[in-house]
Ligand binder design. Sequence first.
Ligand code: IMP
Ligand code: MG
Length: 205
Amino acid sequence: MKKTSAPQTSPKARKKKPPYPDIREVLINSEEIAEKVKAMAAKISRDYAGKEVVLVCVLKGAVVFLSDLMRHLTIPCIVDYVDWSSYGSSTSSSGVFRILRDLEESVESRHVLIIEDIIDTGLTLHYLQRHIRGRNPASVKVAALLDKPSRRKIEARADYCGFQVPDEFVVGYGLDYEQKYRNMPFVGVLKPEIYAGRDTPPDKP
Ligand code: IMP
Ligand code: MG
């Protein structure tokens, strides 16, 4: 039988710093995300069978989720992007938005599926849904990778939700803190000392 050589960790390698020193813990690893996104896409494809859908991706955080999700969808779809910037702290919505990029596609009489990275206070989604409904779509639904239900300030819910997360500030898989960490392939909890003294602690707005 052929011997399989398991990689040996040398004392030097063991001393190496972790690749993500600002992360306290990995909350959802890349395999779990991939499996969930595939299952979400299968459900969405079943629910919208025979229909065309306009995927409205909320920039910038939802881009990674969108790109994985859409490649598993078997229904015809069109992609559009919106960018809503909330005034106030960089880690929590104030509820007052500046539209940096609005829809380019007409959504009138079309099925819209909003693609969000995370629902936190619910303010972004609440007002975005209202904005889109004002354009007379055939339907509006929401797919969110993450949900922090304990932080809700206004009614907002996802029709398709990946994972519920605790009241912690998370980054990775598109989500950022000060535009960083979006490229990490997993969702992790940021070490509180990274934002301490620099901004409102995200879990205590
Ligand atoms: P909401 O308006 O409070 O629901 O916030 C929604 C937006 O805030 C999300 O689309 C994210 O961009 C951002 N956000 C909320 N919580 C987190 C987090 O834990 N990490 C990174 N971004 C977050
Ligand atoms: Mg966002």
